[in-house]
Write a protein that binds this ligand. Structure first.
Ligand code: FE2
Length: 254
């Protein structure tokens, strides 16, 4: 679903419709957002507090020579969730396009819950391994060293899929019993293969003044490679936790 910035900012009913779509569908777009750096904060704070990380309150997605994340290069980024290196992955992620004059760089999304449900039916053994066996994700720079060991598919207390944790470029070495190594790799590889299948993918290029807002613990996102010599490209992003989204929904409904 697509929403207009002005309506989301001024009309509480549109704000509620947007937040319900984020909660229930997991991927939304907002258009007509000012292309001034920092304007994402105003929109995110319409929900609640922004979750700061080592990448800042707002992070700038631009190609950089001293990149401390694959996001800050011109490489393609395969389908992933952000900050799988943290015990609590951010609930919502925003990506706001300020400039997109470069060739390439389309956005891709898949519904991780849909992939998990399909895997559960098509390959129950692989599904079980991804639910039960933890993997370590790591990210470090000169000042930080984040590590988290958790399964790719997290279930809630009722056994329903509650969260996907996946960024292969942030995965540490697998440290498993020898007899689990082959079956686990097979399951892990199958999950990544499924993220590449057309039946799960949405692909769209974001233009200046548009932004994505999605459930980072459900919806995996990716970026095609772009050519930094063909034009500039500048996105800003931030996170808001799922508790803040749910609280704002309850208050608006009250
Ligand atoms: Fe990302």
């Amino acid at each position: 679903p697509v929403f207009e910035y002005q309506a989301v900012m001024e009309d509480p009913e549109t704000l509620l419709d947007w937040l319900l779509a984020v909660r229930d569908i997991g991927l939304t777009q907002v258009r007509g957002v000012p292309t001034v750096p920092g304007s994402l904060s105003t929109l995110a704070q319409r929900i609640s507090f922004i979750r700061e990380s080592n990448f800042g309150v707002l992070f700038n997605v631009q190609s950089r020579a001293d990149a401390d994340s694959n996001a800050y290069t011109a490489f393609n980024l395969p389908l992933h969730t952000d900050l799988p290196t943290r015990e609590l992955q951010p609930g919502l992620q925003f990506l706001h396009c300020l400039v997109n004059d470069a060739e390439g760089g389309d956005s891709r999304f898949v519904d991780g819950f849909a992939i998990a449900q399909t895997l559960r039916q098509e390959d129950p053994n692989a599904y079980r391994l991804l639910c039960e066996i933890p993997v370590e994700f790591r990210n470090k720079d000169r000042r930080s060293d984040y590590r988290c060991r958790a399964p790719v598919i997290a279930l809630d207390a009722l056994g329903e899929v509650a969260e996907i944790r996946m960024a292969n470029f942030l995965r540490g070495p697998l440290n498993l019993a020898a007899e689990l190594m082959l079956p686990y790799y097979r399951a892990y590889r199958r999950f990544i293969e499924m993220t590449r299948e057309a039946r799960f993918q949405v692909r769209q290029r974001l233009e200046a003044g548009q932004l994505w807002c999605f459930d980072n613990r459900r919806t995996l996102h990716a970026r095609d490679a772009f050519d930094p010599a063909s034009g500039s490209r500048h996105f800003q992003g931030c996170y808001v936790d799922r508790d803040e989204l749910l609280s704002r929904i309850w208050v608006l409904q009250r």
